[in-house]
Design a protein around this ligand. Structure first.
Ligand SMILES: *[C@@H]1O[C@H](CO)[C@@H](O)[C@H](O)[C@H]1NC(C)=O
Ligand SMILES: *[C@@H]1O[C@H](CO)[C@@H](O)[C@H](O)[C@H]1NC(C)=O
Ligand SMILES: *[C@@H]1O[C@H](CO)[C@@H](O)[C@H](O)[C@H]1NC(C)=O
Length: 291
């Protein structure tokens, strides 16, 4: 009888395991949602009412001294998961060898997906999509440039269109590492920061903030890839979510950059590092506390 009960329990456990990935508890948060916008000076973003609203909420924090890595766009995106620009100084298609954040996450069983708005799926490697538009742009999708993702069908299948996120929320199957790239209208690239933030981001984010499948123990981090093409490259960045316990002025003026994002993820799940610029980066963890 005892043996029989254990066998049934094993069966139940096994069937749960195939449908829902186990959560790997993090030091500060159990999920991170990253959203990245395009080409805007710090001051322009700071003047937007929705940015002021988000950073001053009870679980909101401004990272007022955050810097992008380079120009044009692509090296910044590569930096966020590779720990260096891989020597890339343009927006052309590149194939990048060597390990990246996905190797570190998978070694710890931390689930991930890259949600690219208007991505056609099926491991599409072209420059733009859908045909006749430039809505999805490969230069903003660092995952497809990584050889060990592009050449691995199971990994490549985790680069998905952004609409998949609503499905994943409905199914309570949002991965623990969520990288969101809006299309070139919604990220401000072909429009402007006002449209990207006041219209697209607000309408996209607010309903999700009511969904526990999205928000539970989730750190939301949003920033810009680069500024308006100056040498300074100061960009706006903010944190939101129950893991954030902000100081009374909601302002962390520590110097951070895109490598800080990578380091924060590495520290949260104790993944080790990529032995690149992530090693010396400062994680933005000082106002984080696991809920
Ligand atoms: C990851 O999951 C696999 C399969 O369930 C397991 O064998 C392995 O020990 C896990 N690794 C870690 C670091 O938890
Ligand atoms: C920003 O873009 C929106 C829609 O694309 C447009 O209506 C608005 O006039 C633009 N604002 C500025 C300051 O250019
Ligand atoms: C944040 O702090 C920095 C450094 O003290 C300061 O220069 C900046 O004006 C502050 N920004 C806000 C919005 O409080």
């Amino acid at each position: 009888m005892k043996y029989f009960t254990s066998a049934i329990l094993l069966l139940i456990t096994a069937s749960i395991a195939v449908t829902v990935d186990a959560i790997v508890t993090g030091t500060y948060f159990d999920r991170i949602v990253f959203v990245i916008f395009e080409n805007t000076a710090y001051g322009t973003a700071a003047a937007l009412p929705y940015m002021q609203d988000l950073t001053t909420r009870s679980n909101g924090l401004l990272l007022s001294n955050y810097f992008a890595i380079g120009h044009p766009s692509q090296p910044n995106y590569i930096a966020t998961i590779y720990g260096s620009t891989a020597g890339i100084t343009d927006d052309n298609s590149h194939n990048v060898a060597g390990n990246n954040l996905v190797d570190l996450l998978e070694a710890k069983n931390v689930s991930w997906k890259a949600y690219m708005e208007n991505y056609p799926g099926n491991c599409f490697t072209g420059t733009f999509a859908p045909s006749g538009t430039d809505l999805y742009a490969r230069k903003h999708d660092p995952f497809i440039s990584m050889n060990d993702i592009r050449q691995n069908s199971a990994r490549c299948a985790k680069i998905v269109p952004l609409t998949q996120l609503d499905t994943d929320i409905t199914n309570n199957a949002v991965p623990q590492y969520v990288y969101v790239v809006p299309n070139q209208n919604d990220d401000g690239h072909d429009t402007n920061a006002t449209y990207a933030i006041q219209t697209w981001f607000k309408n996209w984010l607010e309903p999700k903030l009511l969904q526990p499948a999205f928000t539970t123990n989730t750190l939301i981090f949003y920033t810009w890839d680069e500024d308006d093409n100056t040498g300074n490259n100061h960009v706006f960045a903010g944190l939101l979510g129950t893991p954030v316990v902000p100081p009374s002025n909601h302002n962390d003026s520590t110097a951070y950059n895109h490598y800080s994002f990578l380091k924060t993820v590495e520290q949260n799940w104790n993944t080790g590092n990529l032995n690149r610029n992530d090693v010396g980066a400062t994680a933005f963890t000082q106002y984080l506390h696991h809920p």
